[in-house]
Design a binder for this molecule. Structure first.
Ligand code: FAD
Length: 317
């Protein structure tokens, strides 16, 4: 079923979450171990992140280093198929512009279609380590709105090779990313929202937001999107903090603020067990307020660990 139809048909706020494919060499059963407990809250869909190849320096016995290009977390498409088979829910693979030519993107979409995967989250991806700016593949999509356009073309049966004889259309529902605190490359929120609108105008069905810790930022963002003519559902993304280190890591990685009140409580906590509890309580309060405001879906970022999301969901859903 398409995510947009799930959203349209729901009378209450739904619980959903995002997981990461396992590190190369790890077991798929570790991922199931994270998902199994969360199934108690009836998620209608589960998102699976996509991780690009990275260049790493491997030390050699002679003291020099060798450059190696590796993908630490392959398996997004396979994991989606496995999730749909095991849990009978929709799985939403994240699909990037970065690292793909448009031809390769088309081929992945065909593969997803054959697997019965009808939903994708269309993203640009970040720049590679050591690169100042995002650089697309030659003949790759540069921005997420172009990826949305390509998927919508395929939905109309328009393939890259115009000479293809049987133009079987696909039927993808497309989600895109939104940033209540602005994407870090955008000069201001106004321009970022104009760029978000391009994705919606290109055919995105709904938006999932970057994580945030201050609901007011989400409410203001939704108002600004509506004023800019963006009418699609905007799903809030939440993550419970769990370590003191995240006070500096999360703003650095995701370009979001941590409210004073939350950071003061975390700094006062005597250990990470206490921090974990503070993070859970904070996310519970955020979730309750968002449900009261009538959001159709709450989307939780697991980042590979689901126990604190379980605690949140247990008291909210
Ligand atoms: P875009 O929408 O293309 O925007 C990127 C930047 O370009 C923005 O600053 C925007 O304002 C600007 N822009 C857009 N269009 C134009 C234009 N026409 N002209 C000028 N500027 C323009 N990353 C991963 O690698 N794997 C994942 O699985 C993953 N999952 C994510 C899930 C969610 C919900 C979110 C919020 C992010 C996720 N990311 C993931 C991170 C994402 O790839 C990065 O944030 C990336 O830097 C931007 O992606 P985007 O799709 O928002 O890009």
């Amino acid at each position: 079923m398409k995510i947009i139809d799930i959203i349209k048909n729901t009378q209450k706020t739904l619980f959903t979450f995002e997981i990461l494919p396992p590190l190369k060499g790890d077991n798929i059963f570790d991922v199931y171990g994270n998902i199994d407990p969360l199934m108690e809250f009836n998620p209608p869909f589960i998102n699976v992140t996509y991780h690009r190849e990275e260049t790493v320096l491997k030390p050699l016995p002679n003291g020099l280093y060798q450059k190696k290009v590796i993908r630490k977390r392959p398996g997004t498409v396979g994991l989606c198929a496995a999730i749909m088979h095991r849990y009978k829910v929709e799985a939403v693979p994240h699909l990037l512009c970065g690292g793909f030519t448009r031809e390769e993107t088309e081929n992945v979409l065909i593969e997803l279609d054959f697997l019965g995967i009808q939903n994708v989250l269309a993203l640009r991806g970040d720049s590679q380590k050591g690169q100042r700016y995002f650089i697309p593949e030659p003949d790759g999509n540069h921005y997420a709105y172009q990826l949305v356009e390509q998927i919508q073309n395929l939905n109309k049966g328009i393939y890259l090779d115009e000479e293809i004889e049987n133009n079987t259309p696909t039927n993808f529902c497309i989600g895109v990313a939104g940033y209540p605190e602005k994407h870090f490359e955008a000069p201001n929120l106004h321009i970022d929202i104009q760029n978000l609108k391009r994705k919606v105008d290109a055919g995105a069905d709904y938006i999932i937001t970057q994580l945030f810790f201050d609901n007011q930022k989400y409410f203001d963002f939704v108002d600004k999107c509506r004023n800019a003519g963006i009418g699609v559902p905007i799903i809030p993304g939440l993550k419970p903090l769990s370590t003191k280190k995240q006070l500096s890591l999360i703003p650095h990685m995701f370009h979001v603020d941590i409210p004073d009140e939350l950071s003061i409580e975390i700094l006062k906590a005597k250990d990470n067990r206490a921090v974990r509890q503070i993070g859970i309580e904070w996310t519970i309060q955020q979730s309750k307020e968002l449900i009261k405001a009538g959001v159709p879906v709450l989307h939780y970022y697991s980042m590979g660990k689901s126990d604190n999301i379980y605690q949140v969901a247990k008291s909210v859903f």
